[in-house]
Write a protein that binds this ligand. Structure first.
Ligand code: FES
Length: 111
């Protein structure tokens, strides 16, 4: 029996791809060759894949508060490497490599 799949759309790039209910959204995106969400560690550790789920329902694994605050999580801001779709999803990118670089520059006193 094949798993149920849903359509995931990334608003920023207008990319759409299919993702099974048992598959992590970022993994499906990368596997299918799309690049709308920045791909990093795939384990919730780097925060570059941060998105807002504008439409649809999903299951989310535990996310580090270093990357997603409680308020953000209530506002449906999640890590794309930590969610699986339960319906069609529409995502907007809210994180990215730029934020990570800026944080690292500040941490190491480069700005
Ligand atoms: S890819 Fe690193 S937190 Fe999602």
């Amino acid at each position: 029996m094949s798993e149920r799949a849903h359509t995931v759309t990334i608003t920023d790039t207008d990319e759409s791809f299919r993702c099974g209910e048992g598959t992590v959204v970022l993994k499906a995106m990368v596997t299918l060759g799309y690049r709308g969400v920045t791909s990093g560690c795939h384990g919730g550790g780097c925060g570059v894949c941060k998105v807002r789920v504008d439409e649809g329902s999903y299951d989310a694994a535990v996310m580090s508060r270093a990357h997603v605050s409680e308020a953000e999580e209530r506002d449906r801001v999640v890590l794309a490497c930590r969610i699986k779709p339960r319906s069609d999803l529409r995502l907007s990118v809210v994180g990215g490599i730029g934020k990570v670089i800026a944080r690292q520059q500040k941490k190491f006193g480069l700005v």
